[in-house]
Write a protein that binds this ligand. Structure first.
Ligand code: CTP
Length: 417
């Protein structure tokens, strides 16, 4: 791509919002003043060249990123968090800029060596060339230089542009997936996100040799990749594809394929006001037909929070007990559902379309008697277990339609006292 064309993309407010353009020029000016070659890299360049809006800026300098960060703070304000070991810094941008995200990663161009397959790499400062050569795919291995007169120079040593044009996800060297098998998950993500293909030799390298390294990855790293998949727009396509590659058995022997019958639910916006993340929904759908032991063991392997494991367990239990609940009165349903996470109930509704579950979520759970604990006290009753029993009997009467107004409730209360 010619420099002029690239400059046009960098100045297009539909691709890069004007406040981010200003941020980039400020960084560029500061780098020039320090005589430090400075680049934006990775997803920023990839998406810009694809003509897609970009948001996150990954900045790399050939030089000391921490020193560069300190000078940015001095010139523009904000704060800096530094990671000396990795020669990186996070610039917490000045509040008055109101930018989202409100932080920016500043990275020293580096070389990486993997001492062991699947281990985190050892990092040494180096050139932009080495930095691009350490990356995952050619489409992610391009940089745009921004300091001073160099603003808008594309650096593309692996011809990522050609692969972008042809729609190919290509790794940089044959050991890439062995060094870091999280890249297999990433390949699946890019393939479906952009409707690209895995370049044939890249596809061949998703084989037993690279899959065998997956068990060495920490649960947290694998879960992070799965979270990223579930957060994508085409997550169902990605999770089915990951299953085809045999990734799941390598994560945990009991981790089954994602049930394609449930895949539409991944893409759906919940109409009910239940707080949830797409990843939580994904794991619930994926594991709802697993046994209790499997859910606990997979939850441990993937480093789930105890809340997430419990919610998944609740989905599986409720789904199993559904045949026994069907035909029950609203008060029995409510009693059975009340202690379960709302999202778990909603997930079972989605796959079963059992109306009682929706009635519980939208109506029954909000039903309360008018009578309060204070009313019971004023009738001379001492607080104790009987209190709860009476209130729940009144509530059950409302739920089951035996009481439909306050007078009837008072009559029932008089009988119960
Ligand atoms: N990277 C890598 N190997 C990994 C993870 C990341 O080489 N296992 C490199 C890639 O070059 C990537 C960059 O680090 O471009 C930044 O990673 P990340 O922020 O995860 O990806 P983005 O490029 O921003 O892409 P996405 O849109 O998927 O977030």
């Amino acid at each position: 791509m010619q420099k002029d064309d690239l400059l046009r993309l960098l100045r297009d407010p539909n691709l890069l919002p004007s406040e981010k353009q200003t941020l980039l020029s400020n960084i560029a000016a500061q780098a020039a003043a320090m005589d430090m070659p400075c680049y934006v890299v990775g997803g920023f360049v990839r998406d810009l060249l694809l003509g897609k809006p970009v948001n996150d800026l990954d900045v790399i300098v050939e030089g000391d990123a921490i020193k560069f960060g300190k000078s940015l703070v001095k010139a523009f304000g904000g704060k800096l968090t530094t990671h000396d070991k990795f020669h990186t810094a996070i610039w917490h941008l000045p509040d008055t800029w109101h930018l989202i995200p409100d932080t920016l990663d500043l990275i020293t161009a580096r070389k990486e060596t993997y001492l062991m397959p699947g281990a985190l790499p050892t990092v040494t400062p180096s050139t932009i060339q080495d930095d691009l050569l350490r990356r995952d795919f050619t489409i992610n291995s391009m940089a745009i230089r921004v300091d001073g007169g160099h603003f808008g120079e594309l650096f593309d040593p692996l011809n990522g542009q050609a692969d972008l044009e042809e729609g190919l996800v290509r790794i940089l060297h044959p050991r890439s997936f062995i060094d870091d098998p999280t890249r297999i998950f990433r390949a699946v993500r890019y393939e479906a996100r952009y409707s690209f293909n895995l370049e044939p030799s890249t596809l061949n390298l998703i084989n037993s040799e690279s899959l065998d390294v997956i068990p060495r990855l920490s649960g947290e790293r694998i879960r992070h990749e799965l979270d990223l998949i579930f957060e994508e727009k085409n997550s169902s396509q990605m999770i089915l594809r990951a299953g085809e590659f045999g990734l799941f058995k390598m994560i945990h022997p009991s981790l089954s394929l994602f049930n394609p019958d449930y895949s539409d639910f991944l893409e759906m916006d919940s109409t009910l006001d239940i707080p949830s993340s797409k990843a939580e929904i994904g794991y619930m759908l994926w594991l709802m037909d697993s046994s209790e032991d499997e859910i606990l063991s997979i939850g441990q392997r993937l480093d789930f929070t105890s809340d997430l494991t419990y919610s998944i367990w609740a989905v599986s239990q409720l789904k199993k007990s559904l045949p026994f609940l069907v035909g029950s009165t609203p008060s029995v349903w409510t009693y059975a559902l009340e202690k379960l996470p709302l999202l778990s109930i909603y997930m079972v509704y989605l796959v079963s379309r059992e109306d009682a579950l929706l009635d519980f979520l939208s109506i029954w759970r909000h039903v309360k008697p008018h009578t309060t604990g204070n009313d019971l006290k004023s009738h001379g009753l001492q607080p104790g277990p009987r209190f709860g029993e009476i209130l729940s009997q009144l509530r059950a009467a409302w739920l089951d339609g035996q009481v439909t107004n306050e007078i009837q409730e008072k009559e029932l209360l008089a009988k119960l006292l």
